[in-house]
Design a protein around this ligand. Structure first.
Ligand code: SF4
Length: 426
């Protein structure tokens, strides 16, 4: 069969789609770059915001319009709205998140009992997903679900309780990715920092094992909740392969707002954690997520949040305009902030983050960092325009005489170029 795979949302969704591609291929099917002519399609949906939910529906409708007769809807939105998903055109199966690991077996009507054995998986070749999702980094799922109940979060509702993948399975996936020439491994999960909690272990044990047992050239951690980390955690960076980039969602810089969000952190504890990280890694990139206009957020609370964001000097991040998600505690809270006020606060926070991100990039002018090239475009007699990411997550452009996709080079950073840096391959 010709199978088309699509996803939106988080890196975990991406990691799951990559894993499905391997299983479908191992079962003898072809992964195609576009839905036109596909016999089956899988859409990994997202529900983190209203927009993500409507995008998920739009993509499914487009798959039907493209002529796909058998569509499988999975992921957070279809888990939360199975009836609505099943009513979309040509959706023949709705597979919830807690059955996603069996999706390929179910889709191919293989006996579930043989779930673990039916696929003789090929190395994650670097052409795993044709078309849009053609990446150089391998996203590896290490954990799923979450036991926290942040009041704005629908993911914890859609993904269920926290559960860790066994260390051996994670190492196995990484070895597959490396056998497929991956240069960067990105560990993903819904609540990555909780890996090992039911195994009497901690994320640091997993990272140590990966660095000890694999020769991954670069290991990156995706989003980490600040309360899962302590000062000792940063000693892991004595291994230079660990990317000096921490994505720590703050959500708000105001203590009373954080309490209404049921976040297990405070501005003081967050500040102390950042200081511990910077004591060991002075140039570490600290990026974050912030919510603008959370229910009950007064002008004073917003000013406190903004002042804290400016104080921390983040290297970048995302600002989300609060979006009430049915089924979350926050959606029922009093004091919902007017949409235009939310939007304006998003704008102000965005500006503050852009300024500190620019200042962070400027610090590296004149320095030499390693860059993993992710995209190449030919420029005729001028050679090839390369674009890629440094270990501390700076986007860099440079010119090369030959295409260097998925190669890692030392690059001297010479000038700013919008949100990127221009460099010269050393
Ligand atoms: S820690 Fe909070 S925000 Fe993160 S997945 Fe869990 S409930 Fe959601």
């Amino acid at each position: 069969m010709k199978i088309y795979l699509d996803t939106i949302g988080c890196r975990l969704n991406q990691a799951e789609i990559e894993s499905m591609a391997r299983q479908f291929r191992a079962a003898g099917h072809e992964i195609v770059a576009s839905p036109a002519g596909a016999d089956m399609a899988v859409m990994n949906t997202c529900a983190v915001t209203n927009d993500a939910a409507s995008d998920s529906r739009r993509i499914i409708r487009n798959l039907a319009r493209a002529g796909v007769k058998e569509i499988i809807a999975t992921g957070c939105w279809s888990t939360l709205q199975p009836k609505e998903a099943a009513n979309l055109p040509n959706v023949l199966h709705v597979i919830p998140n807690n059955q996603k690991d069996n999706l390929v077996t179910q889709a191919l009507h293989l006996p579930l009992t043989t779930y673990h054995a039916p696929f003789d998986l090929e190395p994650i070749s670097r052409n795993p997903l044709p078309g849009l999702h053609h990446r150089t980094r391998a996203f590896i799922k290490v954990q799923d679900g979450c036991d926290n109940h942040c009041t704005f979060c629908i993911t914890t509702v859609a993904r269920g309780e926290g559960r860790s993948r066994p260390l051996a399975d994670v190492i196995n996936d990484i070895q597959f990715a490396l056998a497929g020439d991956a240069k960067e491994i990105v560990l993903t999960g819904v609540h990555l920092g909780s890996w090992g909690q039911e195994l009497n272990a901690h994320l640091r044990d997993l990272i140590k094992a990966i660095l000890r047992e694999t020769d991954a050239p670069r290991l990156r951690l995706s989003s980490l909740e600040p309360w899962d980390l302590d000062a000792d955690f940063f000693s892991l960076w004595s291994d230079a392969r660990l990317a000096p980039h921490l994505h720590l969602p703050l959500q708000s810089g105001c203590e009373s707002t954080l309490r209404r969000m049921a976040r297990k952190t405070t501005p003081d504890s967050f500040r102390a954690l950042i200081q511990s990280a910077r004591n060991i890694l002075p140039d570490v990139a600290i990026t974050t997520d912030i919510i603008a206009g959370f229910p009950g957020e007064t002008e004073d609370e917003f000013s406190a949040s903004l002042a804290f964001v400016k104080e921390i000097n983040f290297a970048g991040g995302h600002v989300f305009t609060y979006s009430p998600r049915p089924g979350t505690g926050a959606a029922k809270m009093r004091g919902q902030v007017k949409p235009d006020v939310r939007k304006n606060r998003n704008h102000v926070l965005r500006e503050a983050l852009d300024q500190s991100a620019k200042a962070y990039r400027e610090k590296f002018i004149g320095k030499t960092l390693s860059v993993l090239w992710e995209s190449t475009s030919e420029m005729g007699e001028w050679g090839w325009q390369m674009e890629g990411w440094t270990e501390n997550y700076l986007r860099v452009k440079a010119v090369a005489f030959a295409p260097r996709w998925n190669e890692m080079d030392k690059v001297k950073l010479v000038t700013m170029d919008g949100e990127s840096l221009k460099g010269e391959i050393v």
